[in-house]
Design a protein around this ligand. Structure first.
Ligand SMILES: NC(=O)c1ccc[n+]([C@@H]2O[C@H](COP(=O)([O-])OP(=O)(O)OC[C@H]3O[C@@H](n4cnc5c(N)ncnc54)[C@H](O)[C@@H]3O)[C@@H](O)[C@H]2O)c1
Length: 419
């Protein structure tokens, strides 16, 4: 630590790595002192933005690790299948670590990470940003304070949004379980972690159903071609890439996300060139995707409580919706407002949790991105891991539930988990 606060290092200066670095610098609690990023454009822009000297700019996290412990803490924001390698290496070097979700794509890697960070005794958090919003804190406080009595069941919906699903899970980085991971892990390890947080315990039994229903060749409209730019039915397709990406131009938030994933050239010609040659202009019916577009997970808890969770592509892009059914009350939450009915008095009230609008990565996940960055930096600065609401063991636990649910979906079994 220096007078400039936490010396922060970033491994993977993509959309997420850049976002955390910006928040850390803006918070006044940290200075960004080193980066590892193979993409030369991203690397140079990042180094310039944070004034990082050339000796501290690396093309690979391995080179950064080989330089030794050049900072106090590291953000690991590489892609999903590349989380365990850097996290274990940086833990061994004594870095405190903020790791993007999912913790890992396999249970074996998640175990390696847990063992490494526990052995090193470093502060560690997985970016379960949903835990950090004012909405989540208010809801958790109400549940723990007995506002609805004993929690008996929960109905939770993750409405991914039709174009967001097409962007990330048909054409984008999370479309194929071989190069990424199943949708329940990449999108909804957040939801499972959050539900466990609310219940205060992991489920003891899970089942799951779901599949890839629509984004497949047998659903392709007659006359459609392999890329939107040449497709005669593009104008009537809800998943038209030109319609989605050209409309981002001129809006700084949407240029950051989703457009930055498509191209760094934010001009009509640049977007069209990227759609012509890259994955984001592909027909959604003949892309390289295989992840499910709808899934339900049901969970049963040791005290008999139950939870039904749905994630689906076929919605507007919206905040998650949650209904919580208790013995003495009911809460209906939409990510910002909590509508509470108290069965003891019959009183109904709406609590505005003061949560910022905007649940996407473009607008910071309802304040979760800022809050997790601040909490992590505070935990490092004060050497107090209790400032983070979860640690390696609790993230491992929630990821294990995801893997169990995925096993349930693919085998048709009800999977038991240790109580
Ligand atoms: N917490 C959330 O809500 C949330 C939201 C979106 C994404 N994510 C997760 O964040 C992670 C990053 O996502 P993103 O959207 O920023 O992706 P991205 O592809 O924009 O960023 C990943 C970066 O890692 C870089 N990289 C690849 N190999 C590397 C290496 N050897 N060393 C260093 N860097 C390397 C890539 O070049 C890229 O710039 C993913 O795991 C993703 O699932 C989390």
């Amino acid at each position: 630590m220096t007078l400039d606060g936490v010396r922060l290092v970033v491994a993977g200066a993509g959309l997420r790595g850049l976002g955390y670095a910006r928040r850390a610098a803006a918070s006044g609690r940290a200075s960004v002192v080193a980066v590892a990023e193979p993409d030369p454009v991203r690397r140079a822009q990042f180094a310039t933005e944070f004034g990082i000297p050339p000796a501290m700019v690396f093309a690979d996290w391995r080179d950064l690790a080989a330089a030794g412990r050049v900072g106090d803490a590291v953000v690991v924001a590489t892609q999903d299948q590349m989380h365990a390698g850097p996290t274990v290496a940086f833990a061994e070097l004594g870095y405190h670590i903020l790791l993007e979700k999912p913790m890992a794509t396999t249970e074996q890697d998640a175990l390696r990470i847990t063992a490494a960070v526990e052995k090193a005794g470093v502060i560690f958090g997985v970016c379960h940003v949903m835990r950090y919003t004012p909405y989540s804190s208010a809801l958790k406080q109400m549940l723990d304070g007995g506002a609805i009595g004993r929690l008996v069941s929960v109905q939770h919906l993750e409405p991914i949004g039709w174009w967001h699903y097409a962007h990330s899970f048909v054409r984008g980085n999370w479309s194929n379980s071989n190069t990424s991971a199943p949708l329940l892990l990449t999108k909804s390890c957040h939801d499972i972690d959050w539900l466990i947080y609310l219940f205060g315990a992991a489920p003891t039994r899970v089942s799951s159903f779901g599949g890839l229903s629509h984004f497949r060749p047998d659903q392709r409209p007659a006359g459609a071609t392999d890329t939107c730019l040449t497709c005669p039915v593009e104008s009537t397709c809800p998943y038209s890439a030109p319609k989605l990406y050209l409309a981002c131009l001129g809006d700084p938030d949407r240029e950051f996300w989703p457009l930055s994933a498509v191209t760094a050239d934010h001009t009509p010609a640049g977007v069209e060139a990227a759609l012509r040659t890259g994955p984001y202009g592909r027909c959604v019916y003949t892309s390289a995707n295989d992840v499910v577009d709808h899934q339900v997970v049901t969970m049963s808890f040791a005290d008999g409580a139950t939870c039904a969770f749905t994630l689906t592509a076929f919605t507007p892009l919206a905040d998650r919706k949650t209904r919580l059914f208790g013995t003495h009350g009911y809460i209906d939450g939409d990510g910002r407002l909590l509508h509470h009915t108290d069965f003891r008095t019959g009183e109904r009230r709406t609590i505005d949790t003061g949560t910022p609008a905007g649940h996407t990565a473009a607008d910071g996940h309802n304040g979760g991105d800022v809050a997790i960055t601040d909490a992590f930096l505070a935990a490092v600065a004060e050497d107090d891991p209790s400032l983070l609401p979860s640690d390696a063991a609790s993230s491992l636990l929630s990821h294990r539930v995801v893997w169990a649910a995925e096993r349930a979906r693919t085998t048709g079994a009800v999977v038991d988990l240790p109580g």
